[in-house]
Design a protein. Structure first.
Length: 254
């Protein structure tokens, strides 16, 4: 039995699918043409804005305008001239590639937000890292996993879920969410509650003997959460295996 924090109340039973995003390798690659590199960066920003706008519109229509405000916050960051200007200045002054400039500037702001006492500003740190990764994936040609395609009866398990990934979940197919990181007040937890998907955060689940089984999870409103495998009888009636979902530059693989 593993314990975690209840982020969204409910009970979910289904097949475990582990979301495993490949870690992006960001290198300090020098450039010769700063103007061309800045245009490359601007193109990634424009694509990010288009993608997040579509996601926010979908969330507003499916769930509500209030929940879509989280993604509208991402749009505000992407359209912030101070943020984009600093990234362009680093490309100009240090002659570094867009990916590295995005990494440096976004991490600086994320660390600043995370160090603040205000909980709302601390959430901004996760938002900043989310848009950082989105821009870098576009620049590197890495395709994100489309979680909306998960089959019905899935328990989605991940180290953590960004607001962007959580917003793309189809609640008709995902019976529960379990993450190793996060908290009840995170934007991903808020979206889980809005989607009415049971969620447990800050739960350890990587041990091999926990995988490849039908899984039951119970998320209570109090602090104590139980996350456990089904009994042998239920496993007989629900013969399932674990899916490992990864994202590569060639797309999503299972």
């Amino acid at each position: 039995m593993a314990r975690g924090t209840g982020a969204s109340a409910g009970i979910g039973i289904g097949k475990a699918a582990i979301l495993r995003e490949e870690k992006l390798v960001i290198e300090n690659t020098g450039i010769e043409d700063a103007e061309a590199e800045k245009e490359r960066f601007k193109s990634a920003v424009e694509q990010s804005i288009a993608d997040v706008s579509a996601l926010a519109d979908d969330m507003a229509s499916r769930i509500g305008e209030k929940e879509a405000e989280i993604l509208n916050g991402h749009l505000m960051l992407l359209q912030d001239p101070m943020l984009t200007g600093e990234i362009e200045n680093q490309i100009d002054n240090d002659k570094v590639c867009s990916e590295f400039a995005v990494e440096t500037v976004c991490n600086m702001y994320a660390d600043m937000f995370a160090s603040m006492d205000d909980e709302l500003m601390q959430q901004r740190a996760a938002d900043m890292r989310d848009i950082k990764t989105r821009m870098q994936k576009i620049l590197l040609g890495v395709q994100s996993v489309d979680v909306s395609l998960l089959p019905a009866g899935t328990i989605l398990m991940a180290e953590d879920l960004t607001p962007s990934v959580t917003a793309g979940i189809n609640p008709d197919n995902v019976a529960g969410i379990v993450t190793e990181l996060g908290g009840r007040t995170s934007h991903s937890a808020i979206l889980s509650r809005a989607l009415e998907i049971p969620a447990v955060v800050y739960s350890f689940f990587r041990k091999p003997n926990r995988l490849g089984k039908a899984t039951a999870m119970e998320a209570r409103r109090m602090n104590m959460i139980n996350f456990f495998r089904l009994s042998l009888l239920l496993i007989v009636f629900i013969p399932v295996k674990t899916n490992i979902i990864t994202a590569t530059n060639n797309g999503a693989n299972k």
